[in-house]
Design a protein around this ligand. Structure first.
Ligand SMILES: Cc1ncc(C[n+]2csc(CCOP(=O)(O)OP(=O)(O)O)c2C)c(N)n1
Ligand SMILES: *[C@@H]1O[C@H](CO)[C@@H](O)[C@H](O)[C@H]1NC(C)=O
Ligand SMILES: [Mg+2]
Length: 975
């Protein structure tokens, strides 16, 4: 890696030393922080030579605005260094002048040191079983000294040099206070640092300070660490096995070191000021982590095994989340630990944890991650195989998504269910994905608890120092099958023969401590007996049914939001109307630039002007409607966060929530933050190009507090399907599985506009299919029916005393449709969201003359009304819009259908028959009218793809279904 960087440098250097203007304009504003690799990329692609130049000017203004290595480079270049000499190699190896006076060939020693840094981890003894190579490659790199042949072949040194004294490179720490050492000792110390039970991968990091920081941690003589508190994870698993021998628990046997590893990370972070840790982890060892790290009361865990007590939670015991606030024993400080509930889908919880962490940081003003952090655990197979891991890593350094460093811990048991890692990944280590974000990776043999604790301390310190991600790879094994019922010998015969011979880490370490005299055998046995007793006593307490309560299994309690019994405080929806003044004021904010000396694009000026006109006429289009909604919430102190691809401007260029100064790079203005003096902050952020990762993140963000509106917008509605797992596993069933509400809003642009199979359908049929209201039961219509119905369903809606996910199918062409607008009158105090908009024209005044009622939703309404007036059928056909599809507005549909006793009923949609809404609404309308009439269909025929890409075919289809909708006989023939 170093060599690669060096060659980039040379090319850059040749470029930069071209003659350049002597006088530099003083007006340049350094705005970016430049880093060497970022700078190299565009230049090498030949696309942006200005970049280096721009950086040079920035450096002249302020040397600190560029990366340190560039600072050195520019200083040397300015001082007239010849081409090729201006840069200093990232690791300063400029010790040649002094070295010449010493024995031996100094550069070879430098190379030897460097090679151990880069490739030492390939020969480190990482596998406790001693049969696999953690990097899947048993070849030992040529440059790592394992014999004197290599010394000669590679470095031009030989055995006779072993006792000669060599000066050490100034960048190494292996000498301690010594500046020179015998070669033999140099090799020994390098092996101690890089080739024992810890393999450090970090030389790809593009930051000198960070590399040197790591070197110091692993090279300083005597840097090892002694384990002081003996955790007893093995005994916990054995206890569970004894009591519930036929239950799946996905035990930790073979990786018991995970427990001291996590405790170390938490203790060290608490010492550094962290007060709140949000944790995500898969099945393996989860119960053990709950018991021994989070310290959930053992009886709460044990009672989960008793099936008669399982009522109250809808998920298996190794999926539930929990929240615990306690005193950290080591630091004596308060700490809040929460383990997020998760589905079986491995790694899906990663972005959710990050979003929740970000929200916790946001609400306590922790802008740099000093108080709140996340820890993510992974299995080796899942970490390498699941794409969401990569998506989550790419959020780690983005301003609106960064949690300022996550500690990742991989339980690398060298197997995934029955699959050998050599068949499960193409990278040497399961952790290579972390290299893309320059995270250091510490591989460690998990049978050496002292080494494990040491690297975990370093990892926590790394996070506290640099606020960047770090990975601890616990190389271990899985003592039993995938779960306790599973036979591993079918597929891993040799590995499991070895595992049967393997002593457990606790026994091994206990014997070591006894042999060293650190503890006596008696003390060791007493400690074990004490732990067993604690388990037994908790088991007795767990028999008491009174202790079981779902409140113990919430990962995000919302203090004060619900009544003590977990029910909403009221069952009324607050009015959402705004006063004339409020509407006008927010409308003015939306049509102005609230800061001075800010030059916006000419086209945008026209847009803002048109908005101003609309407001004068007391009209509101979709973009203004959004302004009214967000602006009024912000005014009431409710935080609003809108995230997704290109949401700042809006995919369809309708939103423009972030204005860009046309003359100053990165100078922006967000008018929504100028609505009122004490308003809540508005966050609007363009995301990375990810759906799974970003929707998961926003779901996590929405989890932290009920008093925020968190929205995720898909670029086009159909792109939500690459985040399907977040929708199917978290949003749809989240409350049912984990008794946890969530108010996330999905904005999914939807509509058939002849644009082709993609970009058309947000797949409403899928969301409707997952709604849990019964199509065949006409509900009891009480006074609070509308809100009761919302409360009981699994997803939807508005400002309410509880939280539900809301799916909004948002418009595309309607954004600019002149009729798709609302008057202020429809938004004044006392108004509210209309679940159903009945026919209001001539047909409504003469109901007995109406021959047909067409129910529809969305954009097709405008096509239907146009067609109706073209056919002169305003008196005979009523058109009713269903604004809320689910939960189904039974009461309003009933009123509307009873109003027109002689009319037939049609559902009209522009989607294909097997898609859209028909399958959902038809049985519900039929239930409403006691199956007295059919519900005819007018729309596109069934199809495999959502939409045609042929404009002509699109229009023919449209004409056909409009014919059906208005031809009072055609529909009946067709069905
Ligand atoms: C997304 C997803 N695909 C498949 C599975 C089924 N599955 C459950 S555990 C497992 C193996 C996991 O291996 P690893 O990540 O190494 O964890 P380990 O069980 O070894 O601790 C698989 C494939 C799953 N849970 N999630
Ligand atoms: C921990 O928090 C509790 C209540 O929140 C508080 O009473 C106590 O003083 C805190 N303890 C420490 C050591 O900060
Ligand atoms: Mg595994």
């Amino acid at each position: 890696e170093l060599l690669k960087v060096s060659s980039h440098w040379r090319i850059l250097e040749l470029y930069i030393l071209q003659p350049r203007p002597a006088a530099v304009p003083r007006t340049f504003q350094p705005v970016r922080c430049y880093t060497a690799p970022v700078a190299a990329e565009p230049f090498l692609n030949g696309t942006s030579s200005n970049y280096v130049e721009e950086m040079y000017y920035a450096w002249l203004e302020n040397p600190k605005s560029v990366h340190k290595s560039w600072d050195v480079f520019f200083r040397n270049a300015n001082a007239g260094a010849p081409p090729g000499m201006a840069h200093q190699r990232p690791l300063s190896l400029a010790t040649l002048p002094q070295a010449q006076s010493l024995v031996g060939a100094q550069p070879d020693v430098e190379k030897l040191v460097e090679d151990h840094l880069i490739r030492g981890h390939h020969v480190a003894q990482l596998d406790p079983l001693g049969i696999m190579d953690a990097d899947l490659d048993s070849h030992i790199p040529n440059d790592i000294i394992t014999s004197s042949d290599k010394l000669a072949g590679f470095y031009g040194l030989d055995e006779s040099d072993l006792d000669k004294v060599f000066r050490l490179p100034t960048t190494t720490f292996i000498g301690g206070t010594e500046t020179a050492l015998p070669l033999r000792e140099i090799i020994r110390r390098l092996e101690m640092s890089y080739c024992q039970h810890i393999g450090v991968e970090f030389m790809f990091i593009n930051d000198l300070d960070q590399c040197q920081w790591i070197r110091e941690k692993f090279e300083k003589p005597g840097c090892g660490c002694v384990l002081t508190s003996g955790a007893l994870p093995r005994r916990f698993e054995e206890f569970l096995q004894r009591k519930w021998s036929s239950e799946k628990r996905f035990g930790l046997e073979g990786c018991e070191s995970l427990i001291p590893a996590l405790k170390t990370i938490i203790d060290k972070s608490s010492e550094k000021g962290v007060e709140n840790v949000v944790i995500g982890m898969p099945h393996r060892g989860r119960l053990n982590v709950l018991a021994n790290v989070i310290r959930k009361e053992l009886e709460q865990i044990f009672c989960q095994f008793d099936s008669k007590l399982e009522a109250g939670s809808g998920d298996v015991k190794y999926h539930l989340g929990m929240y615990h606030r306690r005193i950290n024993r080591v630091t004596d400080r308060n700490i809040t630990l929460s383990l997020m509930a998760n589905p079986s889908h491995l790694e899906a919880v990663d972005p959710v944890v990050q979003g929740k962490t970000k929200a916790e940081q946001f609400y306590c003003g922790d802008t740099e991650g000093h108080k709140v952090m996340s820890i993510l655990m992974h299995g080796d197979a899942a970490f390498a195989g699941q794409g969401v891991v990569y998506e989550t890593f790419h959020l780690s350094d983005l301003p609106s998504y960064s949690t300022h460093g996550t500690v990742h811990v991989v339980v690398n048991n060298q197997i995934g269910f029955t699959t050998d890692p050599r068949m499960a990944r193409s990278s040497p280590y399961p952790t290579d994905v972390a290299r893309v974000v320059n995270a250091p990776i510490f591989h460690v043999n998990a049978d050496d608890p002292e080494a494990v604790v040491y690297v975990c301390n370093v990892a926590a310190e790394w996070r506290a120092t640099f606020h960047k991600d770090v990975v601890v790879d616990l190389v271990c094994y899985r003592r039993l099958g995938h779960n306790e019922m599973d036979e591993p010998m079918f597929t891993q015969p040799l590995m499991y023969k070895q595992i049967k011979k393997q002593k457990g880490v606790m026994q091994k370490y206990g014997e070591k401590l006894i042999a060293e005299g650190a503890v006596t055998r008696q003390e060791y046995e007493e400690e074990i007996a004490k732990y067993d007793k604690i388990c037994e006593e908790a088991h007795v307490r767990s028999k008491d049914e009174k202790i079981l309560h779902i409140k113990h299994w919430l990962d995000s309690p919302w203090p004060g939001f619900f009544n003590l019994d977990g029910q909403p405080k009221s069952m009324t929806c607050p009015s959402t109307g705004l006063t004339e003044e409020e509407l006008t004021h927010i409308g003015q904010v939306a049509s102005s630039v609230p800061v001075e000396d800010f030059t916006i694009h000419g086209g945008l000026s026209r847009i803002l002007k048109a908005r101003g006109e609309m407001i004068k006429n007391r009209m509101v289009d979709w973009a203004l409607g959004e302004y009214m909604a967000f602006g009024s919430l912000l005014k009431e102190g409710i935080h609003v966060r809108l995230s997704g691809q290109d949401v700042e401007r809006g995919t369809f260029s309708h939103r423009h929530h972030v204005l860009h100064d046309q003359n100053v790079d990165k100078r922006v203005c967000i008018p929504m933050n100028h609505v009122a003096p004490n308003q809540a902050p508005y966050t609007v952020c363009n995301s990375s190009l990810s759906e799974y990762g970003v929707l998961g993140f926003e779901l996590g963000f929405a989890m932290a507090s009920p008093n925020a509106l968190v929205l995720w917008e898909a670029q086009f509605g159909d792109f939500h399907n690459t985040a399907q797992c977040i929708i199917d596993q978290f949003i749809c069933p989240g409350q049912a599985k984990w008794v946890r509400q969530n108010g996330i809003v999905l904005l999914l642009p939807h509509g058939m506009e002849g644009m082709g199979p993609e970009h058309s359908s947000a797949r409403p049929e899928r969301f409707l299919q997952m709604c849990n209201d019964d199509p065949d039961v006409f509900p009891n219509i009480t006074d609070d029916f509308a809100i009761r119905q919302l409360h009981d369903c699994n997803w939807i809606v508005i400002l309410a005393p509880f939280r539900k996910p809301l799916i909004v199918f948002t418009p595309k062409s309607l954004l600019r449709h002149p009729e798709a607008r609302s008057n202020f009158d429809e938004m004044l105090p006392g108004t509210e969201f209309q679940r159903l908009i009945p026919e209001k024209g001539p047909a409504a005044n003469n109901p007995s003359g109406v021959k047909r009622v067409i129910f529809c939703t969305g954009k097709v309404y405008y096509e239907l009304t146009k067609e109706r007036s073209a056919r002169g059928m305003e008196d005979t056909v009523a058109i009713t819009r269903m604004e809320q599809l689910s939960p189904f507005p039974f009461d309003l549909v009933k009123a509307e259908s009873e109003k027109y006793p002689d009319a037939d009923l049609v559902w009209c949609q522009e989607e294909h028959k097997n898609q859209g809404y028909y399958d959902y609404v038809k049985p519900r309308i039929r239930t409403t009218i006691h199956r007295a009439k059919p519900v005819w269909y007018a729309g596109r025929p069934p199809a495999a793809a959502p939409a045609t890409g042929n404009k002509k075919a699109h229009l023919v289809e449209l004409k056909n279904f409009l014919d059906n909708a208005f031809n009072l006989d055609a529909v009946k023939d067709q069905v």
